[in-house]
Design a protein. Sequence first.
Length: 218
Amino acid sequence: MSRRPQLLLIEDDASLADVMASYLRDYEVTTAADGGTGLSAALKDPVDVIVIDRMLPVMEGTDVVRRVRQARMRTPILMLTALGTVADKVAGLDSGANDYLVKPFDFNELEARLRALLRTYEDTGSLPVGDWDFFPADRIINSPYIGPIVLTPKESSLLELLAHHPERTYGRDEILKVVFSPTDTPGTVDTYVHYLRQKTEQSVIVTVRRRGYRLGAL
C-alpha cells in the first residue's frame, strides 16, 4: 500500500479546516491555524503539498509563501482566499503560489487541482533552474508564476547542458560542439541564449565576461 501524500493545511477558520481535513481522506493532513505556526511547520517538516488561506493571523498567507520560497523549498502550494479579483490572484501567484482557488469552492475541484499539482511535481527527471522546474525529456520549463513553457530542441539542449552543471561556465566554442553544429558560429550560441531569456527571464542564463555562459537563478 502506497503512502498518502502529506498535506499541510494553513487555515484559521477551525470549522472549515476540520471539514477539509475530513474530506481530504486521500491525504495525511496536518493543520496550522495562523501564518507563523504554518511557516514553522512548513520549514521544519517538508510535505508533499501546502494549502494555505491568504488572510491569516500573525502572518499573511502571501508572506508565508514568500518565506517558503526564500528558503528554496519547491513544495507545490495552493492558495485559498475569499478575494477573487485579478489583482488578488496575481499577488498570490507572484508570492510563489502555484495555484489559486476562490472561496467558496467545490471540494471536487479542490481535489482535482491538488492531483494536478502533485503530478507536476513528481520526480519525472526534472532539473531545478532557480525556482523553476525544467523537464528535458519533454522540453518544458515550468514557471511557478505562469505555468509550463515549451522549448525548441536546441533551446532545451542548451539549457540542459547548463542545468546539469550550474556552477560551471561554458565557453561558446564548447557549447557549439555539444549543442550545435561545428559549422555554426559563436553568434548562434548568443542567439539561443537570447531566445531562452525571452521565453523565461533575463536571469535564466548569466553572461560571464570573456568566458561564456552559466546557469542563472530565476
